[in-house]
Design a protein around this ligand. Structure first.
Ligand code: PGA
Length: 260
């Protein structure tokens, strides 16, 4: 059994516990009923829920019921990859946080860089999504991250802090119950992960800002995390786990990351 270590940081849901790791899979627009059945069954069978470790998968909307059916009663949580910035109404094609919550979800990713860049989500909209997710009883996994251009311009700090401030402005003290994911856009799906030191530098910055707000928030790193690089990242003092894209689609790889 893992010995309880250290600093009393949250590992999600705002709970105060021994410092642990949270690993969340982001399936993106991948999967089918048959593929998901196999993946979810393998995850359920393979997840030993070691002490201080939490695992979750964020699936496409039509498969929320399937994740709920496959994972209910297990130690694996599930959630969605987006929520509408509106509570309800005439918004064709949108899915509200309260609808998502009806499927037993724990988490909802908000502000993923693909949503920000491909669908034009503003910082303000991301903040509104985080609020609605929390109002519905979900834990928002709020994503922030700079592009390669931002990084080359030396704007990394300014960009991630701007994105964080927009969420802080709307969530206020409730930010303590959120999860924050730092995902440098240049590292997502590119095979080019940030080094542990590069990631830690930004995580340290985010941690200091959140500490100043009195919020003990789990900080995940995302961007080309694999079983082979997870340990080095997770050993960093301010990295509390990962948001995993491509590698969350293979049960063995995902489970290896979650126990790294
Ligand atoms: P990746 O994606 O692990 O495939 O780089 C991470 C993410 O987009 O959340």
């Amino acid at each position: 059994m893992d010995a309880p270590v250290s600093t009393g940081r949250a590992i999600g849901l705002g709970e105060k516990s021994v410092r642990g790791k949270l690993v969340v899979g982001n399936w993106k627009m991948h999967g089918s009923l048959a593929q998901n059945d196999a993946l979810l069954a393998d995850l359920r069978a393979g997840w030993g829920a070691p002490s201080g470790r939490k695992l979750a998968v964020c699936v496409p909307f039509p498969y929320l019921w399937q994740a709920q059916a496959a994972l209910s009663g297990s130690k694996i949580a599930w959630g969605a990859q987006n929520v509408s910035e509106h509570a309800g109404g005439a918004f064709t094609g949108e899915v509200s946080a309260t609808m998502i919550a009806e499927f037993g979800c724990t988490y909802a990713i908000v502000g993923h860089s693909e949503r920000r860049t491909l669908y034009g989500e503003s910082d303000k909209a991301v903040g509104a999504k985080a609020v609605l997710a929390m109002d519905a009883g979900l834990t928002p996994v709020v994503c922030v991250g700079e592009t390669l251009v931002d990084r080359d311009l030396g704007s990394t700090e300014a960009v991630v802090l701007r994105q964080l401030e927009a969420v802080l402005a709307q969530l206020g003290e409730r930010v303590a119950k959120a999860v924050l994911a730092y995902e440098p856009v240049w590292a997502i799906g590119t095979g080019r992960n940030a080094t542990p030191e590069q990631a830690q530098e930004v995580h340290g910055l985010l941690r200091r800002r959140l500490d100043a707000a009195g919020a003990d928030v789990a900080l995940l790193y995302g961007g080309s995390v694999k079983a082979s690089n997870a340990q080095g990242l997770f050993e960093m003092p301010d990295i509390d786990g990962g948001l995993i894209g491509g590698a969350s689609l293979k049960a063995d790889e995902f489970l290896a990351i979650a126990t790294a």
